[in-house]
Design a protein around this ligand. Structure first.
Ligand SMILES: C[S@@+](CC[C@H](N)C(=O)[O-])C[C@H]1O[C@@H](n2cnc3c(N)ncnc32)[C@H](O)[C@@H]1O
Length: 213
């Protein structure tokens, strides 16, 4: 997933804000206690999400794919006064750990954490969205995009994670697996979509950054 040479990666991290103690503890706890800890956004992507959120100062953020809450805590840093973050995950086993870190980060009041299938829960979101972070099952990226696009305000943003899919989007494979194909289809849809502007930021595993016109 790391496309940068190690020394450049280290230099970039050394010249970006460090993780807070709470995020660092969440990172370590996730690696100790939870399956697939690589799913967590981590230091550089976390700081990127926090910076973007500060730039937007969103009143309402929707996250699809909470996992242990790392990216949610980062994005919540930029919320406008009185703003809120809705975050959805289907995995109820992570709820205790995740809620405990929302508490430690002091954002329990701002976070509306919903457990369930995002395909069913996103249609229930009635708020106008300033920022959406799509970071759940890849096969549904197009579905998530279609579910949120009309809820995003003009000038609002959607960010989709893992759009480089460890480089598989450009690998010359004999047979493309379903997840890679889903990411390829999503990236093409966004690129051809007339309602948005987009830039694929090559940060970590690729952040497709989309602005609704
Ligand atoms: C890559 S992780 C999210 C990482 C998190 N955003 C972060 O940066 O720390 C993907 C999450 O999506 C969740 N997920 C997968 N399919 C889902 C679905 N249909 N509805 C809601 N959540 C789903 C998984 O349970 C997993 O926790």
């Amino acid at each position: 997933m790391d496309f940068l040479p190690l020394d450049i990666q280290k230099y970039v991290e050394a010249h970006s804000d460090q993780e807070s103690e709470i995020l660092n503890a969440l990172n370590r706890d996730t690696h100790r206690k939870v399956l697939k800890p690589r799913m967590l956004s981590g230091h550089l992507q976390g700081r990127t999400l926090a910076m973007i959120s500060h730039m937007i100062q969103p009143k309402c953020i929707l996250e699809i794919g909470t996992y242990t809450g790392y990216s949610a805590i980062c994005m919540a840093e930029g919320l406008a006064e009185g703003g809120k973050l809705i975050t959805i995950d289907v995995n109820e086993e992570l709820e205790g750990l995740t809620r405990s870190y929302f508490e430690k980060a002091g954002i329990s009041q701002e976070v509306d954490y919903r457990i369930g299938n995002a395909l069913e829960l996103v249609p229930e979101v009635t708020e106008t969205l300033d920022l959406v972070f799509i970071d759940a099952d890849k096969k549904n990226y197009i579905n998530y995009y279609n579910l949120v696009i009309d809820k995003v305000r003009p000038g609002g943003f959607i960010i989709a994670d893992n759009v480089l899919w460890s480089g598989k989007v450009v690998a010359q494979l004999k047979k493309t697996d379903k997840e890679t194909q889903a990411i390829l289809d999503f990236n093409r849809l966004v690129q051809e979509e007339e309602r948005v502007e987009n830039v694929l930021l090559p940060i970590r595993d690729g952040l497709m950054t989309i602005r609704k016109k």
